[in-house]
Design a protein around this ligand. Structure first.
Ligand SMILES: NC(=O)c1ccc[n+]([C@@H]2O[C@H](COP(=O)([O-])OP(=O)(O)OC[C@H]3O[C@@H](n4cnc5c(N)ncnc54)[C@H](OP(=O)(O)O)[C@@H]3O)[C@@H](O)[C@H]2O)c1
Length: 346
């Protein structure tokens, strides 16, 4: 079967096609025929050879988003059958309950080969059956960005209709954050560097769009839009470089969801984290800063149910074929997209 390996990343991307033996499921495992996968910001980091302190072997198969069908089930693989249409969380051990940092040791595409492959061995316990109404390409858009935004807005944020949700950028996490906020009846302010993108985001449901490039003091615009109050739930999908702005744009008792972990701007050198001069706002406004790490299987099940009940579709900018993976990576780095890039596999 065919896979892509990250290859020799010493001079940038070294992604190359490779052949592997057809996988055989062990006890409690199944084999997913991958139908679709997707590229996320962290995948570019992994393809450049590391994730945090983890150095990637050059044979690592990247990409963590996934949707496919089961073509083999091993002994003890309960509740799953050949033919089932499925998806799963890349931190597959987080089934329910509280997150444990040790769960990051089992991470598809980082510590285990990922889904840029025709077939992948998967733990049956982690699988979630897909409803008929959700196609493979749509389902493969959900796992990393959709679930992360769900955790931030619905679970950790506990957004309600009276809240204002601020979500940074027009990337995949941000657009899902907007969709979950609107699903709950909250008001949503979204930011972008492009007025064109903001017009599209408003057509997709955002109440207000703020151009962070045209107005570097965009937190002041957020305050103005909220009658001086600020946002109650803030999705910082960029990282520490936007923490100061979030501290300024937050309402009293606001909750800042710290999500951005990998570079989201690809044509500039990585920025040094700035000194936090606005930190007194943390106390003055009684704020909460909360780290978000994707979400559990149980949250993912809830997300899929909510999509079906509310007829919410993921915002997919472009679908690329398997053979066009290099073009997909290039497009991801261009910063032109809104929402998600998906790869059709088989
Ligand atoms: N914590 C977790 O569990 C978790 C899970 C998933 C992703 N993440 C992280 O979340 C971040 C976003 O991921 P993604 O998949 O949504 O990325 P993405 O799809 O590549 O989105 C990137 C977008 O960020 C926007 N952006 C860049 N600089 C900005 C700034 N200064 N202010 C506001 N927006 C800015 C740009 O929007 P415009 O083009 O509109 O300007 C860009 O399109 C990444 O760091 C990723 O690693 C974390």
């Amino acid at each position: 079967m065919k896979v892509f390996e990250i290859g020799d990343y010493s001079k940038g991307f070294g992604l190359h096609a490779a052949e592997r033996p057809v996988p055989v499921p062990g006890y409690g495992e199944a084999v997913m025929r991958v139908r679709a996968t997707g590229i996320n910001a962290r995948d570019l980091t992994i393809m450049r050879g590391s994730l945090g302190k983890t150095v990637m072997p050059r044979t690592r198969v990247p990409l963590s988003d996934n949707a496919g069908d089961i073509i083999a089930a091993g002994p003890g693989a309960e509740n799953i059958q050949v033919g089932d249409r499925v998806t799963m969380n890349h931190y597959w051990q987080w089934l329910d309950g509280d997150w444990r940092a040790s769960m990051a040791e089992q991470d598809y595409s980082a510590t285990i080969d990922g889904f840029l492959a025709e077939q992948v061995v998967v733990p049956a316990a982690a699988l979630i059956k897909l409803p008929e109404s959700l196609g493979y390409e749509e389902a493969s858009a959900l796992q990393s960005p959709g679930l992360t935004a769900w955790n931030a807005v619905v679970e950790a944020g506990a957004a309600k209709a009276s809240d204002t949700v601020l979500t940074l950028g027009s990337g995949a996490v941000s657009v899902f954050g907007m969709q979950w906020a609107k699903m709950l009846g909250a008001r949503c302010i979204i930011t972008s560097s492009s007025d064109q993108k903001l017009a599209r985001l408003k057509a997709l449901g955002a109440d207000f769009g703020v151009n962070y490039r045209a107005n570097p003091d965009w937190p002041a615009e957020v305050l103005e839009l909220t009658g001086g109050e600020g946002a109650d739930i803030l999705l910082n999908n960029v990282g520490l470089s936007e923490m100061e702005n979030c501290l300024m744009a937050a309402a009293s008792n606001g909750r800042i969801m710290h999500i951005g972990a990998n570079p989201v701007v690809h044509n500039q050198p990585p920025q040094e984290p700035p000194a936090l001069t606005k930190l007194p706002n943390l106390i003055l406004k009684n704020l909460t800063v909360r780290g978000i790490i994707v979400g559990s299987r149980r949250m993912f099940v809830d997300l899929i149910q909510a999509m079906v009940s509310n007829n919410i579709r993921p915002v997919i900018d472009r679908v690329f074929d398997w053979d066009d993976i290099y073009a997909a990576i290039e497009y991801m780095q261009s910063g032109k997209k809104i929402g998600k890039i998906v790869i059709r596999v088989t």
